[in-house]
Design a binder for this molecule. Structure first.
Ligand code: SF4
Ligand code: SF4
Length: 171
C-alpha cells in the first residue's frame, strides 16, 4: 500500500517538471502526420486536369458503400466522373479507396475539421471534393504514363520493358 502511494507520487512529481503535451486547440493546431487519414480529396495532375478516370475501383473497394460515381467521356476519349459523391456520415476513414485508386486521384488529406450540425452537409459532391493541386504527388500524371489510347507498340512505352522471350530460359 505504502509502496503504491510512493510510486504514484513519484509519477506526479516527475510530470510537474516535464513539458506539457496539452495543445490549446483550436487556437493552436495539433501536429497531424502526413499519412493521417482525414477528409478525402480528388486531386489534379500537373497540367491542372482532374486525375480521376471514373474507373469505380474506389467505390468497389469501399466496405461501407459510401462512394457514388457517374462516369462519362470527353471527345478525346478521356474518362472523368460527371458526378462524384462521398457520404462522410458512413465513411470509416479506412483508406481502402485511396489504396485502390490507380491514378492517385483520390487521397486522404490531413484535414480532420469536418464536424457539422447538419448530417446533409457531410454528403460531399464533386465540387467539395475536387481540389486545385496534386496533393501528396504534385508531379505525377497518370495520363502521361498511360495515354488515352494505344499509341505505341508493346515494349516501346515510357515504362515498358522489351517483351521477354520465354524460350531464352530453356536449356
Ligand atoms: S475511407 Fe474507407 S469507408 Fe471511407 S470512402 Fe474510403 S473506402 Fe469508403
Ligand atoms: S478516384 Fe481513383 S479509383 Fe476512384 S474512380 Fe477515380 S480514378 Fe478510379
Amino acid at each position: 500500500m505504502i509502496r503504491e502511494l510512493i510510486d504514484g507520487f513519484a509519477v506526479t512529481w516527475q510530470k510537474m517538471f516535464s513539458k506539457p503535451v496539452t495543445v490549446q486547440y483550436p487556437e493552436q493546431k495539433p501536429h497531424i502526420p502526413e499519412r493521417y487519414r482525414g477528409r478525402i480529396i480528388l486531386t489534379r495532375d500537373p497540367s491542372g486536369e482532374e486525375r480521376c478516370v471514373a474507373c469505380y475501383l474506389c467505390s468497389s473497394a469501399c466496405p461501407v458503400d459510401c462512394i457514388t460515381i457517374q462516369a462519362t467521356e470527353r471527345e478525346d476519349g478521356r474518362r472523368y466522373p460527371e458526378a462524384f459523391r462521398i457520404n462522410f456520415n458512413r465513411c470509416i476513414f479506412c483508406g481502402l479507396c485511396a489504396e485502390a485508386c490507380p491514378t492517385l486521384a483520390l487521397q486522404m488529406s490531413q484535414d480532420f475539421e469536418m464536424a457539422e450540425t447538419d448530417p446533409g452537409r457531410l454528403i460531399y459532391e464533386k465540387d467539395r471534393l475536387l481540389v486545385d493541386h496534386g496533393g501528396k504527388y504534385p508531379d505525377y500524371s497518370f495520363w502521361d504514363e498511360a495515354g488515352t489510347a494505344v499509341t505505341h507498340a508493346l515494349g516501346h512505352g515510357r515504362q515498358d520493358l522489351p517483351p521477354s522471350d520465354p524460350r531464352s530460359n530453356m536449356p
